[in-house]
Design a protein around this ligand. Structure first.
Ligand code: ZN
Length: 185
């Protein structure tokens, strides 16, 4: 549970720190709004991927399942600024599959925390291996980091792409190629 009072106090201090007047009409409710927003942005700390990934169905055969273009929003732990984009999650089942919406739920569990993209990519892959236990997993995230695009070198639209492979995807380059073919890249 986030500590709403601490966040409100921090936002008031931040506003003062940048030379603003936290008491002026437009900012009066801002600490409260920001505190409520963080309730959602930090919701992942209270969740694990075990719940969505335990809803499994038996299947025969083991062709790759790819859920692509899962939109996510996360927060960069270095700057507390949003980074957002698409997650593409694939696995080769070992006798069981999960409902497709559960892959999006899994991405959400790890996005709703302070993150670095590289770590989040690996966490999704590791959670899939742990709870779904497929033959292999491949996760690709492409995201725009507003800490980069809103300041400094300012390259709007530039994307950071990260990849994690586990199991058969780590060993089998043809499977990785197939992933990108199915992705249409
Ligand atoms: Zn950053």
């Amino acid at each position: 549970m986030v500590d709403q009072e601490k966040i409100k106090e921090a936002v008031r201090l931040l506003l003062e720190g940048i030379g603003e007047d936290p008491g002026r009409i437009g900012l009066k409710d801002t600490p409260d709004r920001v505190a409520r927003m963080w309730q959602e942005l930090a919701a992942g700390y209270e969740q694990t991927a075990e719940e969505p990934l335990s809803r499994v169905f038996p299947v025969e055969g083991g062709e790759m399942v790819l859920e692509k273009d899962i939109t996510f929003y996360s927060t960069c732990e270095h700057h507390l600024m949003p980074f957002y984009g698409k997650a593409h999650v694939a696995y080769v089942p070992d006798g069981r599959v999960v409902g497709l919406s559960k892959l999006a739920r899994t991405v959400e569990v790890f996005a709703r925390r302070l993150q670095i993209q590289e770590k989040m990519t690996g966490q999704i892959a590791d959670a899939m291996m742990e709870y779904l236990a497929p033959k292999g997993v491949m996760v690709v995230l492409e995201a725009e980091h507003t800490c980069m695009t809103a300041r400094g070198i300012k390259k709007p639209g530039s994307k950071t792409v990260t990849i994690a492979t586990r199991g058969v995807f780590a060993e089998n380059e043809a499977l990785q190629t197939r992933f990108f073919q199915m992705l249409g890249k």
